[in-house]
Write a protein that binds this ligand. Sequence first.
Ligand code: F58
Length: 829
Amino acid sequence: MPEQISQHPAVITEDDRTGTSVETLKRAILDNLYYVVAKVPPAATDIDYFTAVAYTVRDRILAHWIETLESYSRKELRVVCYLSAEFLMGPYLANNILNLGLDAPFLQAVKELGLEFDRIVTSESEPGLGNGGLGRLAACYLDSLATLSVPAIGYGIRYEFGMFHQQIRDGWQVEMTDYWLRYGNPWEIRRSQASVEVGFGGHTESSTDEHGKYRVRWVPASVVKGIPYDTPIVGYRSGVVNDLRLWKSEATESFYFERFNSGDYQGAVSEKVFAENISKVLYPNDEEIQGKELRLQQQYFFTSCSLQDMIRFQQRFQFPLDTFHQEWAIQLNDTHPSIGVAELMRLLLDEHGMGWDEAWHITNNTFSFTNHTLLPEALERWPVPLFGSLLPRHLEIIYEINARFLKEVRERFPGDEARAARMSLIDEHDQKYVRMAHLACVGSHRVNGVAELHTQLLEHDLLRDFYELWPEKFINVTNGVTPRRWLAVSNPEQSALMSRKIGTAWISDLDELRGLEPLAEDAACRAQWRGVQRDVKVRLSNYIKAQLDLSIDPDSLFDAQVKRIHEYKRQHLNVLHILTLYHRLKHNPNLDVIPRTFIFGGKAAPGYFMAKLIIKFINAVGEVVNKDPDVNRRLHVVFLPDYDVSLGQRVYPAADLSEQISTAGKEASGTGNMKFAMNGALTIGTLDGANVEIRKAVGTENFFLFGLTADQVRATLASGYHPWDVYQSNPVLHEIIDSIASGHFSHGDRDLFRPLLDSLLQHDTYLLFADYQSYIDCQDQAAQAYRDQEHWSRMSILNAARMGKFSSDRSIKEYCEDIWHIKVNAAKK
Ligand code: F58
């Protein structure tokens, strides 16, 4: 090698787009800053630098991405298509750098450029294209699929406006629109040439073809175009980069111009508005479905685009259509994409001339369905007239599926007409509805719940009839979360300590954390663990100070509840505990209580009055408690506004105690519960969702359990529950409720919290009063346990060490084996 080359290897041997040495990265960042962002360093803002760094990272992703896309065409590989109306991805930069294995050189390069890595990372505005757990689960699953080298495409909607931003004004939630694309999006690539067309409305025409076969043609009233935007999903050091393909709706030129040219300007414009509206905004409701036409349009739009895309791939690879189900496994993330069952049937029957039986065989073997809720108000159903006017052909197909399905039900259960009516795809109680969960069940070869208890409740309650008909269809896959984002990226302090003790294998094999167990018995290790935990708490305290100008004590017990605000999640039960402590301190200011900081975060659906009132309630209590001299700064209540993935990454690592206090039988699984415990928080929780399995995994002695079981909840409600009696018989609860009613927390306003109190005293659907005393006793035990810091650290280490099961890698392996029939290790290479 000539001398001058060996002296400057980075300059001469490395390509600016792919090189990974510190020198090359520095050059590439400045290059992108100049040539892509069009800025020179003195003029560059944090966002400019973020953009330049992001392009530099993307350049290093591209070769892997293109290679992975090409591998989809290999016949022996089945591609997983995860259909989801929501993907709550969170910021990409730190995660992509970690997964590429370029964290060290990037950190160094950024530092040598005189920049702060943290500032660049926090400049990224996150795509909030989801409401909560369901959308975030989809994101964790994409990370695990790529990490496990499973070829996969996430299909969804590229909402122009994602989840609203929450401001808190005078204690109330105020919603602000989320224009997340304001500064552009360096990760995505628009693929205009891969657009597809989707029809809406119109009518159908039937005829008999030249072979005497019955054929139907759908003549839509309008057609919109779907444009795919692709974002790379980088596997953790696997070399695989999968695709997140999100569809944007636009007007088709032909429709638009046809109207325009014929002088129908208004029609042309409304066509354009109709088309562009479809992917405009994410519906911000969690757990309650309103039968809005636009939502059905969104669901059909992205599902049809995605299925057409798969068929186009199939044809481009020259695979026959009759093996479609062998090439593609489609997972329905809840019922939102379940119209896909009827759409794939339509495409196969009408567009590709296939017969019913073959089309049905393919459809049924392609789809599988995950249910995420037991709440009746979250079950999707569409009024038949609305459905028929928007999707006339699909309604015909659904009627045909239903006729054949009910025939099977009647053969299995002769004479049981009540059962047939219960199971029908059409609800005919009064107004007629299409039941989307039934369509998803009938059209799928597997149906799964997301935690053991949830699956049992599906089998014996919500979907009982279906379970009795097809028990083999039902399986459980307990949720999991990715340790890359939720430990390695968000908790670098604890991650570094763990890696020093047991190596780094845990990042892609979370069971390795077991190796931490012996540390629990080692006093020096416990001290290190506590030291790290304190550093993380200081980090959050500084953030709270900067954001809210509130000083909190990092040595207080950090007691956190972050999740959507919902009555069943019982944030107000948490507040009743705060008020109980407050009540004790008011009666005895010298009482020795453990200093606590109560941390809340979460958004309420804009139309959910009670949830919004709960936010006001938390803030109102905080306003009084934080300032009361009798409390003397021993209790703090903090409501962190605008809870999102980025904020979650700050809160999970800093918590000592994780509040998982939903009414048993209501929370399908929960995933925040997993993120907290992995980060060493102890859980106070009910036997609900995945709490049951977490408790079993970490050891019952390392978990604070309280409350009624799901069976007891059902029995309590069935036997005539009277919350008023609990109020009358519990003097502390009585006093607390009275003080709220007296206006003590509302500047004397006795009406403000009346709806909340009336609901609790008269109905208490979520059994706060029934669980109140058990919760308070359990909180007292937790406080007592916290006094013994050695013991607490022991429990904390054991929690983290035993959370291996809750990696999304484990969940994805189960989906691969039991649902998609993919051998994980054979998937690539
Ligand atoms: C959540 N559902 C469950 N729905 O509540 C939670 O227990 C579970 O851990 C999680 O799914 C993942 O399985 C949820 O987040 C939504 O946000 C839907 C959005 C669209 C409207 C209906 C609710």
